[in-house]
Design a binder for this molecule. Structure first.
Ligand code: OTN
Length: 449
């Protein structure tokens, strides 16, 4: 295999149908709710008394309404966080809402949230912390049986699940309990009971962590990554081009998917990345905290959803079980700004035509021509990633007063979506010039706002 054959194979690494559906979801909510909501901790001890959990004004419809107002299309609930407390009446532990005063121990938070999601027309998913500070079995093989039993309760008892989230956090430390997780067994259960659900884990199989919780996306994000990082995903190529090891790779490396890494990979796979960030500094509710600014949330959206990733924004309910009015307001503001910015695609009466290069290549440049001048603030591009991710760099150009093309935006990867901010000055033509790509470029859409 030579370099061109390797790159061509890399350009044809494809997503599954469930990954395509996940990418099209783009923006969805995280909801961190547990005894931490009442103790103010971010990592519960597992020794919390279930009696403290009592959301007297619990209102999942208020959650769903606020989530929808921001334009989010799903909700992932922490069904069990690190403290081991279950928000559903699990048969396998007493450390759950069964022993809380909420609804006399007869309630089921997971069910009520799942049903509210269905009423509101958004997707439902759950987070089940592998790390469990309450379960006495943690650190033994029997814990995997316990965990798989709980996973099965959630996979089979609450309708369709769109996303299952495995947190890799563990604070046991070098002298703590060591747990070998049976992720292959966990994944097998999810594929069996919820085949459409995508699975988040640092190492795949479907979605990987962006590598920080500050909402910082890469300037160039590849969904085609080494199996050496995402070993739970299926490799779609076989054989490295160069000898060497990628064992050092981790989710926060800046160049995951770049040539300088993939050439050493013995197998490439398709695993998109998720930007997970909380609307406030903490993942759980702390009354002294404020929601982040609209500007920060809007920019995070532009760089995540508009940076070949998905945006998973966390909102922490208050102890009474409702979202804080300040968060509800911020979500509404974010949704209003997104709708105002991206509601009207200006390309309806425009023409997108190929602009063959001197070498005859017709898959490298296109001209978007409007009937008259248009104030374009954002151009969004999508590759047809169902065939693979190809574009490495591109440039957007406008004609100068002499009719020559001049750069107005320097781009890197496109993938599922790239949102390119422009000046907003009136323009009649924009040229999209792909300056380097791993194979034929297949555009899925070009939109102007
Ligand atoms: O203390 N932490 O565990 C922590 C601090 C900063 C950023 C992340 C983490 S935990 C981290 O969370 C990620 C999702 O946000 C992934 O689940 C990683 O596996 C996990 O280690």
């Amino acid at each position: 295999m030579d370099f061109n054959e390797f790159i061509k194979a890399a350009a044809s690494v494809k997503p599954s149908q469930r990954q395509l559906r996940w990418f099209d979801t783009e923006f969805y909510a995280f909801v961190h709710f547990s005894p931490n909501t009442y103790t103010g901790l971010e990592w519960g001890t597992g020794k919390e008394d279930p009696a403290i959990f009592n959301p007297t004004e619990f209102d999942p419809d208020q959650w769903v309404e606020a989530i929808k107002s921001a334009g989010m299309k799903g909700l992932v609930l922490t069904a069990k966080h690190h403290d081991g407390f279950c928000l559903w009446p699990s048969k396998y532990t007493e450390h759950s809402i069964k022993n809380s005063p909420w609804k006399g121990g007869k309630g089921d938070i997971v069910r009520e949230v799942a049903e509210a999601c269905r009423r509101g027309g958004i997707q439902f998913g759950f987070y089940l912390s592998p790390w469990d500070r309450n379960c006495p079995l943690y650190g033994t093989d029997a814990y995997n049986d316990y965990y798989k039993a709980q996973l099965t309760e959630l996979l089979t008892g609450y309708g369709e699940i769109f996303h299952v989230w495995f947190d890799g956090a563990c604070g046991e430390g070098p002298n703590g309990r060591k747990q070998e997780y049976d992720f292959d067994g966990y994944i097998e259960l999810i594929r069996k009971y919820q085949p459409s659900a995508t699975i988040f884990n640092d190492h795949g199989p479907d979605v990987r962590w962006i590598g920080n919780e500050s909402g910082t996306a890469r300037t160039a994000e590849w969904a085609v990554v080494p199996h050496e990082l995402c070993w739970f995903a299926e490799p779609q190529t076989n054989g490295a081009l160069l000898p060497g090891t990628l064992s050092h790779m981790y989710n926060y490396d800046p160049d995951i998917g770049f040539l300088n890494n993939i050439l050493y990979s013995k197998g490439l796979c398709f695993v998109g990345s998720e930007v997970d960030m909380s609307i406030r500094p903490g993942w759980f509710y702390h009354p002294e905290e404020e929601p982040h600014s609209l500007e920060r949330l809007f920019n995070t959206y532009l760089h995540s959803v508009g940076g070949n990733a998905c945006f998973h924004l966390n909102i922490p309910p208050m102890p009474n079980g409702r979202f804080d009015d300040r968060d509800v307001q911020r979500l509404r503001e974010l949704g209003d700004k997104l709708r105002e910015t991206f509601a009207h695609d200006l390309t309806g009466d425009a023409a997108l035509t190929e602009d063959p290069l001197p070498d005859g290549d017709t898959q490298r440049a296109w001209i978007l021509r409007f009937p008259g001048e248009r104030p374009v603030h954002y151009l969004t591009l999508q590759e047809d990633i169902a065939q693979g991710q190809r574009v490495e760099t591109f440039v957007l150009q406008q004609r100068d007063e002499f009719g020559d093309w001049q750069p107005v935006y320097q781009g890197t990867t496109i993938g599922h979506k790239k949102i390119c901010p422009l000046s907003g000055n009136p323009v009649q033509e924009l040229r999209i010039f792909v300056t380097s790509a791993r194979d034929r470029v297949l555009l899925r859409s070009v939109q102007a706002y």
